[in-house]
Design a protein around this ligand. Structure first.
Ligand SMILES: [Zn+2]
Length: 429
């Protein structure tokens, strides 16, 4: 059914400035964008010149069901945190708790303007079902490490996920999700890359997150990180989404400047875990595609891309003593279209005719936006705006969140189920 949005202030990362528009969506797509007052018909929504229409955020790295683990073991070193606090509870997760955790994540993301997200975790059938029931867009991967006897079951599970869900409702793309070079032996990583190529799938991979990641990898004994990507075949996969990249060496940046490689920058997780600041402006300057993600809720602890985007921009300026770095436009590009491309959604992340109708409506009629105009809107959004300004979130033409309510998700029921599940997961018995 066509839907007309009148008098909205339209902007995306490829537009020089914002403009006052009428927008017609038809089904899952944007059918027409025209100057305000020129499209006839009854308005489904009238922005009255005080509502921004922006592409929805694409959260390019995370572990959605980790919402069930939020707040466990704060302020610990990464390995101690994982071993003592996270892994024991993760061992108790099951398909049902993963489904509830994914639904919690969906609510948090939709209410903060995110329309698409990357996920690497387990019980991914549950996550895929939650995504389809909730109506969001996602790039899903099964976190792969060898099974206890060294078997490849998790790779097979990931390939089955692809057979079952890749392309589902036009909303899901499946990638393979080898966890990291320090948890996946080199030979297995090579096998995973070959499977990705054979099946035409992209890959999500944790890459050089902490200083000790690479020295812990068995590949480090004979290769440097870039030789490893080359020799395992990872550089040849359809698309390689490298999460973190905090410890990538500057001299190696040109190696990563390829159309099939995207970095997923997770500045708040990296800071919270004391991992460091990824030099993403220098990466972008070297021609590397950089997207933005929140990482899981237990290491951020928010799935709020507004917060992430603002923090990313400020951290680059502060860490490099340079206020000109990571402009509002570049931060917004990282938070939207760059992630969509990395997940294989070629027509998502900008507001264009024929592109997916994935967007948020943002209330500009708030005290902290006084002074906004069509030219300065990007700065107002990135530096002054927050997720509290999101009025509605639309994915594939369907309104999934509006004025505090979800159209498909039952907030009270999911929250009650999540509270009960959390008690079960963290009880000692
Ligand atoms: Zn991660």
């Amino acid at each position: 059914m066509p839907k007309l949005y009148k008098n909205v202030v339209l902007w995306d990362a490829e537009r020089e400035s914002a403009s006052l528009c009428d927008v017609l969506t038809e089904g899952a797509e944007i059918a027409k964008i025209a100057p305000a007052g020129t499209l006839d018909g009854e308005a489904a929504f009238d922005g009255r010149g005080g509502t921004a229409m922006l592409p929805g955020f694409v959260n390019a790295h995370g572990h959605a069901a980790m919402t069930m683990l939020r707040g466990l073991g704060e302020e610990l070193p990464l390995m101690e945190w994982l071993q003592k606090k996270i892994w024991p509870v993760e061992n108790k997760l099951d398909a049902e708790t993963a489904y509830i955790g994914a639904q919690l994540a969906l609510m948090e993301m939709l209410s903060t303007g995110t329309t698409c997200f990357a996920d690497m975790y387990f019980f991914m059938d549950s996550v895929a079902e939650a995504v389809l029931a909730g109506g969001m867009r996602a790039g899903l991967s099964r976190g792969i490490v060898p099974s206890q006897d060294g078997g490849r079951e998790r790779l097979d599970e990931n390939l089955k996920l692809a057979r079952d869900y890749d392309g589902a409702n036009g909303l899901i793309h499946v990638q393979l999700g080898p966890h990291a070079p320090y948890t996946v032996p080199t030979a297995f990583m090579t096998e995973i890359a070959a499977a990705a190529k054979e099946n035409g799938l992209g890959v999500q991979l944790h890459w050089l997150e902490t200083k000790s990641d690479w020295p812990l990898s068995d590949g480090s004994k004979t290769m440097n990180p870039e030789e490893y990507l080359e020799k395992t075949g990872m550089t040849g996969v359809k698309h390689l989404l490298l999460a973190h990249c905090v410890w990538m060496e500057k001299e190696k940046f040109p190696f990563y400047a390829r159309p099939n490689i995207t970095v997923a920058h997770n500045p708040k997780s990296n800071w919270k875990l004391g991992s460091g600041t990824a030099p993403v402006c220098a990466m972008a300057e070297a021609g590397i595609a950089v997207s933005l993600g929140t990482d899981g809720a237990s290491s951020n602890n928010r799935l709020d891309m507004w917060d992430e985007m603002r923090f990313a921009s400020l951290a680059q300026k502060g860490a490099n003593l340079d206020p000109t770095l990571l402009s509002a436009r570049d931060a917004f590009r990282m938070a939207t279209v760059a992630g969509a491309r990395a997940l294989g959604f070629e027509k998502t992340g900008l507001l264009r005719e024929g592109w997916t109708a994935d967007f948020m409506l943002v209330d500009l009629d708030k005290p902290h936006y006084v002074g906004w105009d069509l030219e300065n809107l990007p700065g107002c959004i990135v530096y002054a705006g927050s997720s509290a300004d999101v009025k509605a979130t639309v994915v594939a033409g369907e309104t999934l969140y509006e004025n505090g309510s979800f159209t498909r998700l039952d907030k009270e029921k999911i929250t009650a189920q999540a509270n009960a599940a959390r008690k079960r997961l963290t009880s000692q018995a």
